[in-house]
Each structure stands twice: as C-alpha cells, then as structure tokens.
Design a protein around this ligand. Structure first.
Ligand code: APR
Length: 248
C-alpha cells in the first residue's frame, strides 16, 4: 500500500472541502477497524459466532427462535467493545461537526465510538449495541457500559431485545428518511469504511450522486461504489481522514 501523506489528498478535493458548507459522512465497520472492532466482510476478520454466520445469529428469525442466544452474541460483542477507544478517524470526523454549517454523520455502526469521540446527533441507521428495546411497547433502554443489561422492560415488564437492526428487519423509523433527505441536499458525501453492499444504507451515496453531490470514498480496498466516486482515497481511514483536517 502507498505511503499516506498530505499528497495523498488531491488538491481539487481540498479546494472543494475548503468552500463546502453542506457535508455528509456515511461510515461503516472499517472506520472502527483501527480501534480493534472486527469488520463483517472486507479487510478485517469476518465475524462468526459458535459456528453460526453473523447474519444468522443477528437475524429477526433468531429473536423469535432463541432470544437468549441473540443476547449471548450481543453480550459478547459489548464485552469486545467495552474497553475499545475511538481512533483518529472518529476524531477527525468529530471535528467536522463544527467545521461545516450543515454537517450530518450517518453510521451503520452500532459500537457508539463516534459518540465517544465527541460526535453529536449521530444518525444510527442500524441502532446501537448500547441500547435494549422492549419487544412490546418498543421503549428504548440504555445499557450501562459497566453494568448489567436490563432483562425486562421497565414500563410494561415485557421481554427486551438488542436495539440493533437485525437481518430481515427494517431500519428504525425516520432514521433512514432523515439521512436520505440530508444526503440529497449535501455538497460533498464521504463514504468511509463500508463495503457498500448492505441496503438501504448503501443507496445513500447513490442518492448523493444523483443529486449532484461530490462523492468521495475512503476505504482500504476498492468497493462496488469506487467507480461512481469523484475521489477514491485508498488506505486506512485513521491515516487519511486526519489529513483532510491538516489545513484547518
Ligand atoms: N480504513 C478504511 N476502510 C477499512 C479499514 C480501515 N482501516 N478496514 C477495513 N476497511 C473496509 C473494508 O475494505 C470494507 O470495505 O471497511 C469495509 C467493511 O465492510 P463490512 O465489513 O461489510 O462492513 P459494513 O459495510 O459496515 O457492513 C454493513 O452489514 O453486517 C451488516 O449491519 C451490519 O452495519 C453492517 C452492515
């Protein structure tokens, strides 16, 4: 892989960034890879649980069939995440919320590392591993970092499940619609550390492009989206994103 330095950022992209006000960033598992979070498909080691592929244990079907097994998987992932820290990619993105007058951060990640890095109003289109949700009244309950997770809903006493979008499920009401609205109106859309394979999140860059936004991908590998991008920055997000702030 080429050495990453300030010359890795095309001057044209710097120029556009310097004058932009409406910027949206979409992130995926790759932005957390340098914090030690396993990715699902590309680059890092793929996640398998007790011989079950992640898209089975993380499915609506499993919630019906064996909610305890689903909780075991998410308890394991929360344990993995508990002591992990945001990396320089998360920190670089957090700076942007005060750099651009209209900044939107949309993440597919459920790890909460963007918020830990100081990002506000993060649009979590796949939910959060640090929340549970009642299967009946849908009440969301924060799961403490260093405490037991709730076993039942504090309002109606019903069972609770992870507040994460599982395979075979729709995204949280409003989250995707808000992201789609903001991406349709942005000047620059950055797509960072996602394989761009999982819809509807993967349609957001397409909406940006269709509405005339500049599309910039940051990924350690090429993806199906690369050919549609105006700029493709190939390398680690934690090395490349801080360079975009170097002239701040
Ligand atoms: N910097 C930049 N990109 C990286 C890095 C890194 N350090 N490490 C890995 N990547 C890239 C990989 O090349 C790959 O394209 O990150 C991407 C990770 O892809 P996936 O594992 O498929 O993760 P993601 O795109 O977020 O998955 C989408 O699928 O499994 C579901 O709900 C889950 O939110 C997830 C969704």
């Amino acid at each position: 892989m080429e050495t990453v330095d300030s010359s890795s950022i095309p001057a044209k992209l710097r120029e556009r960034l310097a004058s932009a006000q409406k910027v949206l960033v979409l992130t995926g598992a790759g932005v957390s890879a340098e914090s030690g979070v396993p990715t699902f498909r590309g680059g890092g080691n793929s996640a398998v649980w007790k011989g079950m592929p992640f898209d089975l244990i993380s499915s609506a079907e499993m919630v019906e069939r064996d909610l305890n097994a689903v909780w075991e998987w998410f308890d394991y992932r929360r344990d993995l995440l508990r002591d992990l820290k945001p990396n320089s990619a998360h920190e670089a993105i957090a700076i942007w919320q005060d750099r651009f007058s209209e900044f939107t951060l949309v993440t597919q990640n459920v790890d909460g590392l963007h918020q830990q890095a100081g990002s506000r109003d993060v649009v979590e289109v796949h939910g959060s591993i640090w929340r549970a949700r009642c299967v009946a009244c849908q009440e969301a309950i924060e799961i403490p970092r260093n405490g037991p997770r709730p076993n039942e809903c504090q309002s109606c006493g019903e069972r609770v499940r992870p507040d994460v979008v599982l395979f075979g499920e729709l995204l949280p009401p409003g989250a995707f619609e808000y992201a789609a609205h903001m991406v349709a109106n942005c000047e620059i859309c950055f797509v960072v550390g996602t394989s761009a394979l999982v819809y509807p999140a993967a349609s957001l860059p397409e909406i940006a492009k269709a509405n005339g936004a500049l599309l910039c991908e940051v990924n350690s590998e090429r993806t199906p989206l690369s050919n549609f991008c105006d700029f493709v920055l190939t390398g680690k997000a934690g090395e490349l994103l801080p360079l975009l702030n170097s002239d701040l």
